[in-house]
Design a protein around this ligand. Sequence first.
Ligand code: COA
Length: 259
Amino acid sequence: MYTNILTSQNDGITQITINRPLKLNALNKETIQELHAAIRVADLDAETKVIIITGSGEKAFVAGADISEFADFSVSEGGNLAAKGQELLFDFVANLSTPVIAAVNGFALGGGLELAMAAHFRIASDNAKMGLPEVSLGLIPGYGGTQRLSELVGKGRAMEMIMTAGMIDANQALQYGLVNHVTTQEELIPLAEKLAGKIIRNSSVAIGAAIKSVNAAYTDGVNGYQVEIEQFGNCFGTEDFKEGTTAFLEKRKPSFPGK
Ligand code: COA
């Protein structure tokens, strides 16, 4: 069904694997479109409670946007590339109501790190290397990297990483708070699945409301506290809220309908 990605669904988790290992899973236009389509399908699928995104092979998560595709672009084509990519993939992932975990299994550079940063959180294998090398190509990050790296690691560290075009290893990323956990390559997907398992036990409607509220803290012109109040209030109208509170009072585990 897809040319550049693999998808599988099991136990409430949809795993999406970017599968262009010979090009270190670089994001060409077709891959971005396929990722959009697969993530949309997973988000609408009632059986999918968590999405894990990773890269195929042992070397790379994603080594960036596909440089061969935009090497001869004009100013307007360049602007369009960033706008379309942000809309189809990076903002789309960041604002999804289904939680997205990036399992960074190797190089996450440029658009690759930007994709990982658009996910709701990240874990990495110990061979991972992360960076935004765009200025070494005469570019800047265009898929949200200047904004999200600053949010995640702070302005000074983001400035250093972007200006030097350097890479940091998994342990430094952990120290920076760019990734939440580091493990071996073999244990990476099992760890993502274990974290997904903890998420799946909870109300998916409440999680969607939490994602909206947390994201509001990073959206210009929006009062995050006000968004939190509205989302908190909305929870009281959900079946998940009735089930969660009833189960607690009845001293049993909840079985959330997800509505
Ligand atoms: N776009 C297009 N092709 C890419 C790519 C990218 N971002 N990253 C890697 N590739 C391709 C290489 O061109 C090469 O293809 P080929 O075998 O047909 O020549 C293949 O993937 C393997 O990469 P290679 O460079 O040979 O691997 P390496 O182990 O020597 O180096 C990297 C790995 C990640 C350091 C190096 O590939 C690299 O610097 N990539 C670009 C990173 C980047 O600048 N990303 C930001 C883009 S905006």
